[in-house]
Design a protein around this ligand. Structure first.
Ligand code: BEZ
Ligand code: FE
Length: 292
């Protein structure tokens, strides 16, 4: 270490240690990271005790994480980094449907079902009938698109958060395929707003900031179709009490939808329903994959 090292000169000294890398992108990212980290420490006059607290926080993020508990992803979400990256990298622009983050509750192994299936797997709740159309930017239907969907129950819990008897089974999630008209449809139960997990290190940040921990009612979708950008998105209840203050910043206006309430009667798929139910209908637009 050079003997004339100062608060200002140390940054470049550290950056130069990346010069020998043959990976240009690695070098670019780390040189910038060092610059911003050092600027941040100088800017807030970070104390040793504060950095120790931060390092302990990072360690605890890792310790609480598991395949079903993604605390590092949650930190990225509540700091708005996930949505920033979505906006930068996943928004092809034009008339394509906006993307919204994946979240921690997508899991591998969901059942593949036919259109019209009831995906609630017996979980009780207000019936919800979802009808969707997948089109290209010219409005032409995309047949054979794969549609992943998942959502919470009426108490705000996903299947993976439930205890007996569902903890080993899937509910309120499925993979469907669009028909020749680009349509998909299924029956489930109506989800509800829910809090992000707050019993870990991220909860400490939310409480210290006195900010809302809630996510407005939403349904997740992930579309794959040959020749198109895949699209991960969510639809939000337009008049949810928490709309506009989503804890993870995904509830943009373009994705706010009417979850329409109906009295007992005929559902969109022709089923006679003897209790009140909800319908959700949306057209999703995928951007063509131009190979860039
Ligand atoms: C979700 O949408 O499932 C979600 C996203 C971020 C944090 C917690 C939940
Ligand atoms: Fe969710």
């Amino acid at each position: 270490m050079p003997s004339n090292l100062t608060e200002e000169t140390i940054t470049e000294v550290v950056q130069r240690t990346f010069d020998a890398s043959t990976n240009d992108r690695f070098r670019e990212v780390f040189v910038s990271l060092v610059q911003h980290l050092h600027d941040f420490a100088r800017d807030v006059r970070l104390t040793g005790d504060e950095w120790f607290t931060a390092m302990d926080f990072i360690e605890r993020l890792g310790k609480i994480s598991s395949p079903t508990r993604q605390e590092v992803v949650l930190l990225s979400d509540i700091l708005g980094l996930s949505m920033l990256l979505d906006t930068m990298n996943e928004s092809p622009g034009g008339s394509a449907t906006d993307s919204a983050l994946l979240g921690p509750f997508y899991v591998e192994g969901r059942p593949t079902v036919d259109n019209g299936a009831d995906i609630s797997n017996g979980v009780a709740g207000t019936p919800m009938f979802v009808t969707g159309r997948v089109v290209n930017e010219q409005g032409k239907p995309i047949a054979g698109a794969h549609v992943d969907t998942w959502h919470s129950d009426g108490e705000g819990f996903y299947d993976v958060q439930m205890t007996e008897p569902l903890h080993n089974e899937f509910a309120m999630r499925a993979l469907l395929t669009t028909d020749d008209g680009g349509r998909f449809w299924y029956r489930s139960i109506t989800p509800r707003y829910y809090p992000v997990p707050t019993d870990g290190p991220c909860g400490e940040i939310m409480r210290a900031a006195n900010r809302s921990i809630m996510r407005p009612q939403h349904v997740h979708f992930w579309f794959h179709a040959q020749g198109y950008h895949s699209l991960i998105t969510q639809l939000f209840l337009k008049d949810d009490p928490y709309i506009g203050r989503d804890a993870v910043f995904a509830d943009q206006t373009s994705l706010q939808a009417d979850f329409v309430h109906h009295g007992p009667g005929t559902a969109p798929d022709g089923t006679l329903v003897d209790e009140p139910f909800v319908t959700l209908d949306w057209t999703f637009t995928l951007a063509a994959d131009t190979g860039q």
